[in-house]
Design a protein around this ligand. Structure first.
Ligand code: SAH
Length: 212
């Protein structure tokens, strides 16, 4: 079956699994996941599962990406901070919905590879950094020290305070929090400067590696 048809089937599956956000569904329909998957796994690109990428990391499961993006309630005006660029797939889905994406990855090799693919795909609204994303988007770009939405796609032992500090008023942040094997997906919202937290189910991500 052609990739396009496989992609349409995957989107149908996401709908059946409870994804209703039209922007998210459309973005999945327009993002070729096969480009972000290593060649040897390309035939599995549209299976609804995580797959290995370089450096012993993973490209997240499509349903999990969709749940996180739906939870963020993305709009075309949003500036989003993404921690864990990885393959760049989620970055591409995000970038086709929102105004700007700032994406941080600690492993240079993965970041450079993702940068290359996204550039080739014509994205001009994505900014990349290599470093510890638990620190957020550090001072070098003062315009970007407050984000409408923050998405962390690696499992954190604790919620990094630098990230919640960089969440804008009215903003939303999703982050997997817990131990190595399994985490809780946590939604944080900021209203009148006060953070509220709610749990959105279980998930399993590779660990957020940080010196903080
Ligand atoms: N959204 C990506 C997920 C990749 S897996 C995708 O679907 O492809 C998580 C990524 O987070 C890995 O690439 C890992 O290297 C990265 N990571 C782990 N700890 C990090 C940190 N402190 N700062 C930035 N990136 C981190």
């Amino acid at each position: 079956m052609r990739y396009e048809d496989q992609r349409a089937l995957l989107v149908r599956e996401l709908e059946l699994q409870g994804i209703k956000d039209e922007r998210v569904l459309r973005a999945f329909l327009n993002t070729p996941r096969e480009l972000y998957v290593p060649e040897e796994h390309q035939s599995l690109a549209y299976h609804n599962r995580a797959l290995p990428i370089a450096e012993r990391q993973t490209i997240s499961q499509p349903l999990m990406v969709a749940i996180m993006l739906q939870t963020l309630e993305l709009t075309p005006e949003d500036t989003v901070l993404e921690i864990g660029t990885g393959s760049g797939y989620e970055t591409a889905v995000l970038a086709s919905i929102v105004k700007e994406v700032c994406s941080v990855e600690r492993l240079e090799n993965l970041s450079l590879q993702a940068q290359q693919i996204l550039k080739k795909q014509g994205f001009r609204n994505v900014y990349f950094r290599i470093g510890d994303g638990a620190l957020g988007w550090e001072k070098a770009f003062p315009a970007y020290n407050s984000f409408d939405k923050i998405i962390v796609s690696a499992g954190a032992r604790q919620i990094p305070s630098r990230l919640t500090e960089q969440l804008a008023e009215g903003g939303r942040m999703v982050i997997p929090v817990g131990e190595q094997q399994q985490q809780k997906l946590v939604l944080l919202t900021k209203k009148d400067g006060v953070l509220s937290q709610s749990d959105c189910g279980l998930c399993a991500f590779v660990p957020l590696v940080t010196s903080t």
